[in-house]
Ligand binder design. Structure first.
Ligand SMILES: [Zn+2]
Length: 361
């Protein structure tokens, strides 16, 4: 196998581009949320004044029925719901645009990554062959499914944020002597629930853009299965990002997987990639000696870190177990089902590692 440094550069550039698309969508949405709240703030200030005056006069927080009779409050809720509907629409649009960019960038990069693993004389031909297998109709299916998934995710966003705001209003805030302090707390509670929509939008953007990348990547690999021997899990184990890579992703780095296996199944906000592994040249009928592949070796990359950096990745106890040979790299990652995300590999908890180590002592 000859995963060249050129192939690794292409992968790294692609992951940066894909991450950039979701970051940009998130920045754009955050700005829209701020603008929307700025527009709603005066309406809420008025509504909360009515509420606080009522609470002061009655010595208690109003009941849901009493809240429903407050005209200013109902107007603020209607305006806020309108605003949330618009924001949900903006989320669908921004995340879809980012995911579709990710699909296009991934397809181009994957073709280049496969091509880069062959001798120079074979590349032009391979590029044509690999590109020809990427069917526009299949990409249309991927794009349509991506859009549908994003729409399904964003649909409840507005209603959920609206419910959260209503819950805050019913719950109320502690009454005190200072009406402006009560008002400030009430507005903050509503604003917090409103911003919950942005938190949700951010998660959708990260998840869906990453999934669009994974789907497109897997598609190009599947379409070229006759050229490939599987895929390699690539984590960031060199350079400045290496200390931000978790023990699980370190452990998965360099592992080889069957093409039929989805992935890389890294955890939320994971930065790992799957690298197509082109078959040995001679197996493809190319009678040329092949260079060794350049995927950084897990152990060598870890040994290259300072003690302090190794500690930052593993934590003291995990590092001690690994150094003593009481746990192996493969022990560090564990496959977990996560209903809120998807099945993924996560760091095995220290207490489980201790149990493994105890058995070996
Ligand atoms: Zn990780």
């Amino acid at each position: 196998m000859a995963v060249t440094s050129r192939a690794l550069q292409l992968i790294s550039a692609m992951r940066t581009a894909v991450g950039g698309y979701s970051d940009e969508a998130i920045r754009d949405l955050a700005a829209q949320w701020v603008t929307a709240w700025d527009q709603l703030a005066p309406t809420w200030a008025q509504a909360v004044d009515v509420l606080v005056a009522w609470a002061a006069a009655n010595g208690r927080w109003p009941t849901p029925i009493e809240l429903a009779r407050m005209q200013a409050l109902q107007q603020a809720l209607v305006d806020t719901d309108d605003s949330l509907d618009e924001l949900a629409g903006a989320t669908t649009a921004a995340v879809t645009a980012a995911a579709l960019l990710a699909v296009t960038a991934t397809v181009a990069a994957e073709v280049a990554v496969i091509t880069a693993q062959l001798p120079a004389a074979y590349r032009a031909d391979t590029r044509r062959r690999v590109s020809a297998r990427v069917l526009p109709t299949s990409l249309d299916v991927i794009r349509t499914r991506t859009e549908q998934a994003i729409t399904a995710q964003t649909r409840p966003l507005s209603a959920d944020a609206s419910k959260a705001i209503r819950r805050e209003l019913v719950r109320g805030v502690a009454l005190g002597r200072d009406p402006s302090e009560i008002a400030r707390r009430a507005v903050a509670a509503v604003g917090g629930a409103f911003d919950g929509g942005l938190t949700r939008a951010t998660t959708i953007a990260r998840t869906e853009v990453l999934d669009a990348y994974r789907t497109a990547s897997r598609y190009v690999h599947d379409a070229n299965a006759d050229l490939l021997d599987g895929w390699v899990w690539l984590a960031t184990v060199t350079g400045r990002g290496a200390t931000r890579t978790c023990p699980s992703c370190w452990a998965m780095h360099g592992t080889i997987h069957d093409l039929s296996e989805a992935g890389p199944l890294d955890h939320q906000q994971g930065r790992c990639a799957r690298v197509a592994l082109v078959k040995p040249w001679r197996a493809l009928g190319i009678d040329v000696d092949e260079p060794a592949h350049t995927i950084p070796d897990r152990q060598a990359a870890f040994d290259a870190l300072t003690d302090r950096q190794q500690n930052a990745v593993m934590g003291t106890n995990r590092l001690a177990l690994l150094r003593a040979g009481l746990v192996d790299w493969d022990d560090l990652a564990v496959r977990r089902d996560n209903p809120a995300w998807r099945t993924s590999y996560v760091p095995r908890p220290l207490r489980d590692l201790n149990r493994i180590a105890d058995r070996r002592r």
